[in-house]
Design a protein around this ligand. Structure first.
Ligand SMILES: Cc1cc2nc3c(=O)[nH]c(=O)nc-3n(C[C@H](O)[C@H](O)[C@H](O)COP(=O)(O)OP(=O)(O)OC[C@H]3O[C@@H](n4cnc5c(N)ncnc54)[C@H](O)[C@@H]3O)c2cc1C
Ligand SMILES: NC(=O)c1ccc[n+]([C@@H]2O[C@H](COP(=O)([O-])OP(=O)(O)OC[C@H]3O[C@@H](n4cnc5c(N)ncnc54)[C@H](OP(=O)(O)O)[C@@H]3O)[C@@H](O)[C@H]2O)c1
Length: 547
């Protein structure tokens, strides 16, 4: 039986007490929520965090090649001018160690650690109707109470380890990329099998291949990817970022996707085929998520999208020398960017190495894991290490794991049995004074996340400030408002090509048995920001507020 080396954090001394607010999670969201509630509102707040340190995603995802896909000058907080001036990124897309350094810098800069209990996993949260307070229980059995409970548990923090028969009998080591050991994994001379070709697998494969004796990539769904074109930032660019911090923030807050680039207003078929090819070539050379912004209609017009898809497929076939491998890698069954589009550093080129091979699971699915490796329908692969780059029980997974029970004893698991139902992704009917940062029904994962997180945290903070000003004790989303919002979430998704990737984790389709509901709001971050602001300005329309 394999030892699974993860970063399970050790519980600390007893964590108890009575607070104005409890926050679960110390990633980008939890840290900023803590700062806002303590410094701006003067509340007593405690953050409960499973990990031994701050960072969330960047604490857990230490796999080889882990770095962000958002560009560094946009993958950071923008609420503090001073912080924007003090911190300096080194690369276009910083690696995990640099991002975790940044989040530790933020925690120290704003003196946040004293209010965080690390090594503290929340295992249950119950609303007590008699006292109108949340009672929160930790894995160690401690209980805390608070008027407000804020789930800042992340959208991508519950690892999805597929239930493949035989894993317990595997004699080698196995790891999930989202629970990577802090002391790393030595692949030297090892036969490594990696399952999964999402953003994670596509980042990890080229780096694992550098030291492994052999890397076998098990691909279920072929994926598009565009070169990241990572590079150290020039002194000139660093100066530009500092001098233009306010303008960069303005752009990020005004765009659909929260990035620091705008989407072109050109339509795909308003240019000639030659011009289109030249524009795609230029975008390919520039690299990064901006490829999606080449034309305005790529995510709404299938024929337009097909032009981008064909361009990328042709690039894959051009790069990958072995015809059979190239065919399997470019046999992509969904529109470009209908699943979260990865960007890479030498992913397709990796398949030209002698020590890398691809297994097409559509042609021959995995049947079981054996003591010596992975058996597909047609072949057996001997492995020393299996890497699960198999993603997450996204968006709802971390919230459901909190085992939340609301008013009248309703369990969130029951309320969401047929899929998440939330008002604005911020509050759930039947769960008073519970806020979810980047919850399902908000733009969250369709947006550059620090932007989505800041907007939510600031909205929640303003809402609590409003309640205090007006002597209000309770806020709860009205059921009919949540229903209407769900209709808007569905309508927004259906106005795009996103629902055409039916196997996407945006639908929960990667987790067997999970309800198939399109979870994020696809109407764009800028529009969503306006909606939230209008609702607040109309006295928190759709929420029931009571004294
Ligand atoms: C590998 C990877 C790369 C990414 N790159 C990008 C990118 O380039 N751009 C982008 O916009 N987004 C990216 N994301 C998404 C990323 O999750 C967000 O950008 C952001 O880090 C989320 O911050 P958060 O605070 O909301 O959640 P997280 O960072 O996930 O933090 C949540 C925290 O809550 C804690 N927690 C959860 N449940 C409990 C519990 N029951 N008790 C106690 N603690 C709990 C977790 O331990 C975790 O520390 C990436 C995600 C991954 C996995
Ligand atoms: N730098 C970045 O910005 C970055 C990096 C990593 C992750 N992320 C974020 O995290 C999200 C998740 O990325 P991810 O790559 O970790 O997960 P993912 O996108 O869900 O990809 C998981 C991969 O594992 C495969 N898989 C899952 N279960 C399987 C099974 N039972 N058998 C065979 N294959 C299986 C999936 O195949 P199917 O497609 O067939 O389901 C898919 O290829 C991203 O979309 C992104 O939002 C961002």
């Amino acid at each position: 039986m394999t030892s699974v080396k993860t970063n399970s954090a050790t519980p600390r001394s007893a964590v108890t007490g009575t607070f104005d607010a409890l926050i679960v999670g110390a990633g980008f969201a939890g840290l900023y929520q803590l700062l806002c509630l303590c410094d701006r509102l003067g509340l007593s707040v405690r953050v409960l965090e499973t990990a031994d340190g701050v960072g969330g995603t960047w604490y857990w995802n230490r796999y080889p090649g882990a770095r962000c896909d958002s560009e560094s000058h946009s993958y950071c907080y923008s609420f503090s001018d001073a912080l924007l001036q003090e911190w300096e990124w080194t690369e276009r897309y910083p690696e995990q160690p640099e991002i975790i350094r940044y989040l530790n810098f933020v925690a120290d800069r704003f003196d946040l650690r004293r209010d965080i209990s690390f090594g503290t996993r929340v295992t249950a949260a119950r609303f007590d109707a008699a006292t109108h307070r949340w009672l929160v229980t930790t894995e160690a059995g401690d209980t805390l109470s608070a008027k407000f409970l804020i789930a800042a548990v992340g959208c991508l923090s519950a690892a999805n380890i597929p239930n493949i028969p035989g894993l317990d009998d595997f004699a080698g080591d196995w790891y999930h990329t989202g629970q990577w050991p802090h002391d790393g994994v030595d692949f030297t001379g090892k036969r490594v099998g990696m399952i999964g070709t999402g953003s994670t697998g596509i980042q990890a494969a080229p780096v694992i291949a550098e030291t492994a004796a052999h890397l076998t990539v098990f691909q279920r769904t072929a994926n598009y990817s565009v070169p990241a074109r990572n590079a150290p930032l020039t002194a000139e660019f660093k100066r530009y970022v500092k001098a233009n911090a306010a303008e960069i923030r303005r752009v990020m807050r005004a765009t659909t996707n929260g990035h620091a680039f705008t989407i072109s207003d050109r339509l795909t078929f308003d240019v000639t085929p030659e011009e289109r090819q030249a524009l795609y070539e230029a975008a390919w050379e520039k690299g990064g998520l901006q490829f999606r912004a080449t034309f305005q209609d790529l995510m709404v017009d299938r024929a337009a999208n097909d032009t981008a898809a064909s361009f990328i497929r042709a690039k894959i076939r051009e790069i990958v020398k072995d015809d059979k491998t190239a065919a399997a890698l470019s046999d992509i069954d969904h529109p470009y960017a209908a699943k979260r589009p990865p960007i890479d550093t030498g992913y397709f080129e990796t398949f030209n190495r002698a020590n890398v091979s691809l297994v097409d699971l559509r042609a021959s699915p995995i049947e079981r894991i054996t003591p010596t490796g992975i058996a597909t329908r047609d072949a057996a692969f001997d492995l020393d290490i299996i890497v699960f780059a198999t993603g997450f029980d996204a968006m709802t997974g971390p919230l459901l794991k909190l085992e939340i029970t609301g008013r009248d004893g309703i369990a969130l698991r029951d309320a969401w049995r047929v899929g998440p139902r939330s008002y604005l992704g911020l509050q759930i009917a039947g769960f008073p004074n519970l806020f979810t940062v980047t919850g399902p029904g908000s733009p969250s994962v369709l947006c550059n996340m620090p932007v989505a997180i800041e907007q939510h945290v600031e909205w929640i903070t303003d809402c609590i400030a409003h309640m205090r000003e007006h002597g209000l004790q309770c806020i709860e989303a009205r059921s009919e408002a949540a229903d209407q919002w769900l209709e808007q979430v569905n309508a927004a998704a259906n106005a795009t090509l996103l629902p055409l990737a039916t196997h996407s984790w945006y639908f929960g389709a990667n987790v067997p048995g999970k309800p198939r509901v399109f979870m994020p709001y696809a109407g764009g971050m800028a529009r969503y920001r306006e909606i939230c602001a209008e609702i607040a300005a109309r006295g928190y329309e759709g929420f029931a507020l009571s004294g």
